[in-house]
Design a binder for this molecule. Sequence first.
Ligand SMILES: [Zn+2]
Ligand SMILES: [Zn+2]
Length: 83
Amino acid sequence: MARCEVCGNDYDKAFEVTAAGVSHTFDSFECAIQRMAPICEHCGCKVIGHGTEVDGHFYCCAHCANHAVSAEVAVDRAQTSAR
Ligand SMILES: [Zn+2]
Ligand SMILES: [Zn+2]
């Protein structure tokens, strides 16, 4: 038995996902996405596909990446990408 770290559901078919050496336990992919998927810095959607990474910033697609880069948005370095 394992408890989902997002919603707290105690589920016998929970699964583990390991990222950057840290393992997380979820009861569903929905919870895994909620916890682990990066957020596009341009449109704010969850990046659940391959996405695009530019200088450590995640975008859902090249379109968003190009928009953000060409606009030269101010980057807040103190902002944390993971909760
Ligand atoms: Zn859950
Ligand atoms: Zn986007």
